[in-house]
Design a binder for this molecule. Structure first.
Ligand code: ATP
Length: 240
């Protein structure tokens, strides 16, 4: 397997605070990789460094073998990276279908766009809600719509920041099935997540961040069996 994403000794300082310190991670093409850690561990900051929302204080981001550290977010999207952030960003007044069209405009048009829109609505199980304003959707469905908007950009690497936040156990499980089905079709997925049941359901490899640094990484079984991880992560950081 080849690496699709690498961070090399990434640092991000906010004033005197090191939110991300010396973080080197590798995401292999074709895997589902989960990033876990207690609140404030630096997970969202690392995501923003990968997506290009933040410039690092130090270090590099390599995507598909290319140094993208100084590339703008849209340039990274153009190279096959797509991100769903933690903060909901659907256009609440616009119909569900139109939300998808806004993202689809960047990759296709005409009949191809209609076909892709129908495929995504079905995949997200939102066919019956296509004409509803997105703000009228249940919270879990809004999260799915956002995943759909990220998918409309046809990524090879999908970045999801807490995709199951606020979801019921059933919605969470369904989200896991969606992610596994995308992965079975060849998509690499990097997920920040707190819900360990969900992490066990989907992850092939896990990186644990703690106080801005890589605390542990390895296969799901290895990391979950590591008592040090349980201590820092399950012991106190499970605040969501
Ligand atoms: N824009 C910012 N300005 C100043 N400090 C920040 C900023 N963003 C994050 N931080 C700080 O950096 C640290 C890491 O935050 P980050 O949001 O990356 O953690 P996290 O692991 O994603 O946490 P959570 O699980 O709570 O979402 C925290 O101490 C946070 O307060």
């Amino acid at each position: 397997m080849t690496a699709i994403l690498e961070t090399r000794q990434l640092h991000k300082h906010f004033g005197g605070l090191s939110a991300v310190a010396d973080v080197s991670i590798t995401v292999m093409a074709g895997e589902i990789h989960c990033l876990i850690g207690p609140n404030g561990a630096g997970k969202s900051t690392l995501f923003k460094l990968v997506a290009g929302t933040y410039a690092p204080s130090q270090g590099e981001v390599l995507f598909r073998g290319e140094d993208v550290t100084r590339r703008k977010p849209y340039e990274r999207v153009g190279r096959g990276m797509s991100i769903k952030l933690q903060v909901p960003s659907v256009f609440r007044e616009l119909p569900v279908a139109q939300n998808l069209e806004i993202s689809l405009q960047r990759t296709c048009r005409g009949a191809a766009m209609e076909a892709e829109k129908a495929r995504l609505l079905e995949f997200l199980q939102l066919q019956d809600d296509a004409g509803k304003p997105a703000g009228f959707l249940a919270h879990g469905q809004q999260q799915w719509l956002e995943i759909g908007m990220a998918l409309a950009l046809q990524p090879t690497l999908l970045l999801l920041d807490e995709p199951t936040a606020g979801m019921s156990p059933q919605e969470t499980e369904r989200t896991g099935e969606m992610i596994k089905s995308l992965n079975a079709q060849g998509m690499t997925v990097l997920v920040v997540e707190h819900d360990m049941t969900f992490v066990r359901q989907i992850a092939q490899r896990i990186t644990v961040l703690h106080l801005g640094r890589v605390f542990a990484q390895g296969s799901t079984d290895e990391v979950i069996a590591d008592p040090r991880v349980e201590e820092i992560y399950l012991g106190k950081g499970h605040g969501h």
